[in-house]
Design a protein around this ligand. Structure first.
Ligand code: HEM
Length: 184
């Protein structure tokens, strides 16, 4: 997993909790990298799982909720770092439709060793779209947070129904997205 994901995660921990919490997590996890992440480096994604687990233990928040929250944080950071990806789409569904064939394709050109999930989107009908996530890394909760914050970015609101097709492993998940009307 790319270092940018780790550096952003630790930034979220620092701003949401504290710098001491970052030090505690790095000190308590047995990290092969030693925890000295650089944004262009590549690290075992299980290190992120270990850091999330340690944060969950210390805060009492479920790991899935923390990963979800991290997805929201990450999208806001991507919006700052990659504004062109966002101006290229008109709305939430337009953007989410382009994650697989455009956004992540460009990311792969930037980092050829990126480990990316696959998404299959259904056509948009009556303000609804399904998005099916697959990845051996099981970061569907991250995807969920990224989707919600995408809607916020476009000033829209969506309802998200999550159906885990992998028996709780979070590796194969269908998201049923529905655009909410302003009054809802
Ligand atoms: C400008 C927007 C985006 C950028 C620049 C971007 C970039 C990236 C990068 C750099 C990674 C890490 C790859 C690695 O560690 O090897 C990643 C992973 C991931 N991205 Fe995106 N992404 C964007 C939007 C999205 C959106 C909107 C979604 C969800 C719908 C999404 C879903 C994911 C997931 C779930 C992963 C974790 C890896 C996995 O599950 O296998 N991304 N993305």
């Amino acid at each position: 997993m790319k270092g940018v994901v780790f550096t952003e995660f630790l930034e979220m921990v620092e701003s949401r909790f504290s710098g001491e919490m970052v030090e505690e997590l790095l000190g308590s996890c047995d990290l092969a990298s030693g925890g000295a992440y650089t944004s262009i480096g590549t690290y075992d994604h299980r290190e992120l799982v270990a850091l999330v687990g340690a944060l969950s233990e210390r805060t009492g928040a479920p790991a899935g909720a923390l990963v979800h929250e991290f997805g929201r944080h990450l999208l806001r950071r991507f919006a700052v770092g990659f504004p062109d990806f966002f101006t290229a789409a008109r709305d939430t569904f337009g953007f989410l439709n382009r994650v697989e064939g455009y956004v992540h394709t460009e990311v792969r050109k930037l980092y050829e060793d990126a480990e990316l999930p696959t998404f299959v989107c259904s056509p948009v009908v009556d303000g609804r779209m399904d998005m099916v996530y697959r990845s051996s890394r099981g970061f569907a909760d991250l995807a969920h947070g990224l989707m919600e914050a995408t809607a916020e970015h476009y000033g829209e609101a969506i309802a998200v129904e999550v159906e885990d097709l992998s028996g709780g492993a979070r590796t194969h998940v269908r998201f049923r997205l529905r655009k909410l009307q302003p009054a809802e």
